[in-house]
Design a protein around this ligand. Structure first.
Ligand SMILES: *Cc1c(COP(=O)(O)O)cnc(C)c1O
Length: 362
């Protein structure tokens, strides 16, 4: 059986070092807002090439906190790709803002910059790009639109740890970026975890306070905040794994290159990278008109696959107010995508087996 993602194998590589760091935390008896958080935040900001980072409870909270700390709320519109994972949109709604959906580019699956300007209204305050599937959004046009219309730009980088655009990493391509370290992400914790990255010190300071009951010092509350802190244990685990992220991403690129060279079945549409360094292949998404039959065939041949994602946000019950809206490119993507196994612990034999089985599909 070729698993979609063997998390046990991913994390067992670091078992010894993680164990030592967790033992150290037990020895100290300090579990929140301590030196592990400080250390990881500094290392992660450095990794992204940005000035500041701060750990929070999960990726959704990182997104929520960026919007909240930027002072956006009821009546403000935020532009977001229509085919994103629902969390991006939930973070906007949760702040009382209105998500304005824009179709993606069918080749890159990231927001189509040529459709952004027609979605801008006097209430538009920000563009939230999503480095979906692991590909950094080409930012040039987005920066230009944002400057012209005085909009903020945010990144949902939950799938794009380490991806590069013009030699800059995600997290350093906008006013603020949200990362998730959900276990299955390219950098994953042993539970929920997230971070905000920004070059804006005031914004990061507000987020630190907001994530800790709006408190800048104990029992002193300057904002109506929430509790969204990163555990010391998760910060330590992430700090152990971070130095290996680039080699893990390199292995993902190698597998993706191999798939793209060796999968030749004409029924399968392969993913494209506009630049090798831009993509960190969080998932390897192919498309086919007969997705259901293809997925069943792969399962019958012991290959696990997933669908990212089966239902577009505008067809979710939570957003029933959009039920009549039509986003044909997004709908086509959701109807046809299938994610093949890819991970840094996949063996060459497994990669070749996937290729053989996929090519033999009729
Ligand atoms: C995983 C993910 C999130 C949410 O992260 P959590 O840590 O699960 O809250 C947000 N956006 C995208 C694109 C994601 O893939």
């Amino acid at each position: 059986m070729i698993k979609f993602l063997d998390l046990r194998k991913v994390n067992n590589r670091f078992r010894k070092e993680m164990g030592e760091r967790i033992a150290h935390i037990l020895d100290k008896g300090w579990y929140l807002q301590g030196e592990e958080n400080e250390k990881f935040a500094q290392h992660f900001a450095e990794y992204c090439g940005a000035k500041y980072a701060w750990g929070v409870a999960n990726g959704l909270d990182a997104l929520r906190l960026i919007i909240k700390a930027s002072g956006l709320g009821a009546g403000d519109e935020i532009i977001v790709p229509a085919n994103t994972y629902i969390a991006t949109i939930l973070a906007i709604s949760d702040n009382g803002c209105t998500p304005v959906l824009v179709e993606p580019d069918i080749n890159t699956y990231t927001i189509d910059p040529d459709l952004i300007e027609e979605a801008i209204t006097p209430r538009t305050k920000a563009i939230m790009v999503v480095h979906l599937y692991g590909q950094a959004v080409p930012m040039e046009k987005i920066w230009a639109i944002a400057e012209k219309h005085h909009l903020k730009v945010f990144e949902d980088a939950a799938q794009g740890h380490g991806a590069l655009y013009q030699n800059k990493r995600t997290g350093n391509l906008s006013d603020a970026a949200a990362f998730s370290f959900y276990p299955g992400k390219n950098l994953g914790a042993l539970g929920d975890a997230g971070a905000v990255v920004s070059n804006d010190k005031d914004l990061i300071d507000r987020i630190k306070a907001l994530a800790n009951y709006g408190s800048d010092r104990k029992y002193h509350h300057i904002y109506k905040g929430l509790n969204s802190r990163l555990d010391e244990i998760q910060a330590a685990v992430l700090d152990v794994k971070l130095p290996h992220l680039d080699e893990d991403n390199a292995r993902r690129r190698e597998i993706a290159r191999h798939y793209r060279e060796h999968i030749t079945n004409p029924r399968i549409i392969l993913p494209q990278a506009y630049d090798e360094q831009a993509h960190v292949w969080h998932v390897f998404v192919v498309r086919t008109q007969e997705r259901g039959r293809f997925q069943q065939y792969l399962a019958d041949n012991d290959i696990q696959t997933l669908i990212h994602y089966p239902t577009p946000p505008h067809h979710q019950e939570a957003y029933r107010e959009w039920a009549q809206h039509s986003y044909p490119i997004t709908e086509e993507i959701h109807r046809t995508v299938l994610s093949l196994p890819i991970s840094p612990v996949m063996t060459d034999d497994e990669v070749q087996r996937v290729e053989q089985i996929v090519n033999a599909w009729k």
